[in-house]
Design a protein around this ligand. Structure first.
Ligand SMILES: NC(=O)CC[C@H](N)C(=O)O
Length: 360
C-alpha cells in the first residue's frame, strides 16, 4: 500500500490509496460500463487518457487474456473505488499506475460538470501532492497529441484470412481486435494496414471495402488517413467505426468537435432515424461529428443528446457508426452493422448493394 495523489486541472488535489506505483498524466475520463474492464483497459482508443470506472468494484470476475482487445493496457492510469488484487497484479505487470479508495462518484460528477480535464498522478511511498502537480503541469490536451496514431497502429501489413469472397482493407488507427473478429467471422479476409498507409498500399490489395478503425485522439490529426478516404470515396465502399466515422466525415466535407465529457459506457441509447428503433450501444469517444457535410446523411442519433451516431451515403456507398457495433464490452444488438458493411461490397451478388442502416 502506498500514497497516491491526483492533481486535477480544476485545482483540486485528491488523495487515494496507491495500488500500482508510478507517476503519470493524461486526460481524466470516466466510463459507466459495469462489466468489460479487461476490454476497456486494452482498448487502444484510451491511449493518453486516465480511465475512471464509475462502477465501484473492478475485477470481480478475474482477468483473462482472451478478453483483451489488444496486446497491452492503453490508459496511462486506472482509477476505481476498489480494484481486486487480480486486476492490480495485471496493471502492475503492465507498469500502469492504479489508485482506489477515493470518492469516484465525486470525481465523475466533477467531470460531468466541468468536462474531461487534465490530471497528474503520483503513486508511491514517498510521493507528495507537489509530485502530482508537476505531472499535471506537463500534461498535454488530447488534441495536442498530434501523432497519437503512431503509438497504437500496426507497423506492417497483417492479414487475417476469412473463408468468403470479400476483402477488407482495415486502416488501423488503434483497431480493437473484435472489429477484425467480427469481419473474419462473416467470411471476410481482413488486411490490417498502418494508419498512414499510402494510397498505393491500399490499391495493391484491391479491397472490396475500405474500413477506418476506432482509435485515440483528435480525428483532425489523422491527415494521412483522411487523405486515403478522400482518394477512395466513390471508388471503393467505405466503412468506419468511432474515430473512423469522424475521419470519414472530416474527409468528405464535414466537421468534428470535442465534446464536454464524451460518451463512455455500454448503455448509450441510439435511435435509427428510418426505422425509429432504439438500440443500446457501447461507446468510448470524446469527439463527435458536428456537421456531416453535404455528402453524408445522419442515419442514427444519440437519444440523450442528439449527436450523430450513424452516417451514410447511398451514392458513395458509405456507412459509419460513432458507437462500437463490435461490442466487447457491451450489448450485441448492433452486430448487424458488419453484415451491412459486407453487403456493400457486393461480392456475392456481383452488384454493389448499399444497405443503409437496415439491420441494426
Ligand atoms: N473509440 C474511438 O475510436 C474514439 C474516437 C476519438 N478518439 C474520440 O475520442 O472521439
Amino acid at each position: 500500500m502506498s500514497d497516491a495523489y491526483l492533481a486535477l486541472e480544476d485545482g483540486r488535489v485528491v488523495e487515494a490509496r496507491g495500488r500500482v506505483p508510478g507517476r503519470t498524466r493524461g486526460e481524466l475520463v470516466f466510463t459507466t460500463a459495469y462489466t468489460g474492464y479487461e476490454e476497456s483497459l486494452t482498448d487502444p482508443s484510451y491511449e493518453e487518457q486516465v480511465l475512471t470506472f464509475s462502477y465501484p468494484l473492478i475485477g470481480n470476475y478475474g482477468v483473462r487474456a482472451e478478453r483483451f482487445e489488444s496486446d497491452r493496457v492503453h490508459p496511462r492510469a486506472a482509477v476505481a473505488r476498489e480494484f481486486t488484487e487480480e486486476v492490480v497484479e495485471w496493471l502492475a505487470d503492465e507498469g500502469v499506475p492504479a489508485v482506489d479508495h477515493l470518492d469516484t462518484r465525486d470525481l465523475v460528477t466533477s467531470i460531468r460538470e466541468e468536462g474531461a480535464m487534465k490530471v497528474g498522478i503520483a503513486v508511491g511511498e514517498d510521493v507528495t501532492p507537489e509530485d502530482a502537480k508537476e505531472e499535471l503541469a506537463q500534461c498535454k490536451g488530447m488534441s495536442e497529441h498530434v501523432d497519437i496514431g503512431a503509438q497504437v497502429t500496426t507497423t506492417e501489413l497483417t492479414t487475417f484470412e476469412g473463408d468468403g469472397d470479400t476483402t477488407v482493407a482495415l486502416v488501423d488507427c488503434g483497431a480493437k481486435g473484435s472489429i477484425v473478429d467480427s469481419l473474419v467471422d462473416r467470411g471476410a479476409t481482413v488486411h490490417v494496414l498502418p494508419y498512414d498507409a499510402a494510397a498505393e498500399d491500399v490499391s495493391a490489395l484491391d479491397p472490396d471495402v475500405l474500413f477506418i478503425s476506432n482509435g485515440p485522439g483528435d480525428p483532425e490529426n489523422y491527415t494521412a488517413t483522411r487523405d486515403l478516404v478522400e482518394e477512395f470515396a466513390g471508388e471503393v465502399p467505405l466503412a468506419g467505426i468511432c474515430l473512423g466515422q469522424q475521419i470519414v466525415a472530416s474527409a468528405l466535407g464535414g466537421t468534428t468537435e470535442k465534446m464536454a465529457f464524451g460518451h463512455r459506457g455500454v448503455n448509450q441509447p441510439v435511435r435509427d432515424l428510418r426505422s425509429g428503433k432504439v438500440v443500446m450501444t457501447t461507446q468510448n469517444h470524446g469527439y463527435t461529428v458536428a456537421d456531416p457535410g453535404d455528402q453524408l446523411d445522419v442515419t442514427q442519433v444519440n437519444v440523450n443528446d442528439d449527436t450523430a451516431e450513424g452516417l451514410a451515403s447511398e451514392e458513395l456507398s458509405v456507412i459509419t457508426r460513432q458507437y462500437h457495433p463490435e461490442a466487447h464490452p457491451g450489448p450485441h444488438d448492433s452486430l448487424g452493422f458488419f453484415d451491412d458493411v459486407l453487403a456493400m461490397a457486393g461480392t456475392e451478388g456481383n452488384e454493389r448493394k448499399p444497405r443503409v442502416a437496415a439491420s441494426d
